[in-house]
Design a protein around this ligand. Structure first.
Ligand code: SF4
Ligand code: SF4
Length: 332
């Protein structure tokens, strides 16, 4: 029942805060809600991150000490908690170390021209670790000015973090174009890696991202499994672009058969990225209903089981966080 409610919240993607209850919100610099204010809520063992917006069928209310989510029929979910996530995700520092990107994926809203200060970021992460606000660290990066230089910067970061934090799990999300870059990320001290296939079909990838050859991503992912091991390699698959459900399932199966656990995500749309996507693929992105989110998560779970995989082996990034998606073995 709570999984269905979470799927309904993910379908909507937003929540109203008419009484100004949410004081612990964070401006999102990366991830599917980049550029927006968002809040992490917890109920019945489920977590969800929602954009704070005046336009939502759900609203947060408070009765005495307790929060609830209401809709037009009254209380939708009782006993809701607001979760503080100063590092971007609960118990995790998941940070973007480069805002700029030479690529231009139509759905992506992570990029800006603002320069990030390396030393300040390191100090911020160190503080989160020291005051126990995070138990794991994950880094992502835009590609700037080249893939090679963004990987070098990423490795430098991981190396520095590893020197100071011997045992903390570190995950890395990166665009790569040589397999030696994967080796370098591992050697610098990362435990887990995410290399994104992004779209469940080559023609969609070419239209929406198109920054490398689609099949090369699978080649790099397979090498990543050799280097990091099964259950340590993940890849974003974003859906809602007019693909068939079979395309998504075939992609999940192709990844699982190679030991890779996908992070399956419904595209989060704003006026800006929806328009960009429409121009690239010649039609508007689809609205995804909660029953499809639920069905895909359950099918994904079956695929993972078939190949002896689970999301539970991951300690960093989106699979253990489970705020933005319905995650097999955690939510369903
Ligand atoms: S590679 Fe694509 S998704 Fe990644 S930061 Fe650049 S534009 Fe965004
Ligand atoms: S699932 Fe968690 S780690 Fe991933 S983008 Fe959402 S909040 Fe960040």
């Amino acid at each position: 029942m709570n999984a269905i409610k979470k799927a309904k919240l993910l379908e909507e993607g937003k929540i109203q805060d008419p009484n100004g209850l949410i004081d612990i919100y964070s401006f999102q610099r990366s991830g599917p809600l980049a550029g927006k204010r968002a809040v992490v809520l917890e109920f019945g063992g489920k977590r969800v991150k929602l954009e704070i917006s005046g336009k939502s069928k759900y609203a947060l209310h408070k009765n005495g000490k307790n929060y609830s989510i209401v809709d037009e029929d009254g209380i939708f979910i009782k006993n809701v908690r607001i979760i503080h996530a100063p590092g971007g995700a609960p118990n995790q520092a998941f940070l973007n170390i480069e805002n700029r990107c030479i690529f231009n994926c139509a759905f992506c809203e992570s990029c800006s021209k603002a320069l990030l200060d390396e030393k300040r970021l390191m100090r911020f992460i160190t503080k989160l670790v020291e005051n126990r606000s995070c138990e794991t660290i994950a880094l992502t990066t835009g590609v700037f000015p080249s893939v090679e230089s963004s990987i070098k910067r990423l490795c430098r970061f991981v190396l520095n973090l590893r020197k100071k934090n011997k045992d903390i799990p570190i995950g890395v999300e990166a665009v790569v174009n040589k397999k030696e870059q994967i080796d370098a990320i591992k050697e610098s001290g990362a435990d887990e890696i995410k290399i994104n296939v992004q779209l469940p079909r080559k023609d969609l990838f070419d239209a929406i991202c198109g920054y490398v050859s689609y099949n090369s991503i699978y080649y790099f992912l397979e090498h990543a499994v050799d280097v990091f091991g099964e259950g340590k390699v993940t890849s974003n698959i974003i859906y809602g672009f007019g693909e068939r459900e079979e395309d998504i399932l075939e992609t999940l199966e192709r990844l699982a058969s190679a030991g890779i656990v996908a992070t399956l995500r419904k595209v989060r749309l704003s006026e800006v990225n929806a328009d960009r996507i429409k121009r690239r693929i010649g039609r508007s992105p689809q609205k995804i209903n909660y029953d499809k989110i639920l069905r895909l998560a359950l099918n994904h779970k079956n695929i993972l089981k078939k190949f002896g995989l689970t999301t539970k082996t991951f300690k960093t990034m989106c699979l253990p966080c489970a705020c933005c998606d319905l995650v097999p073995f955690i939510d369903v």
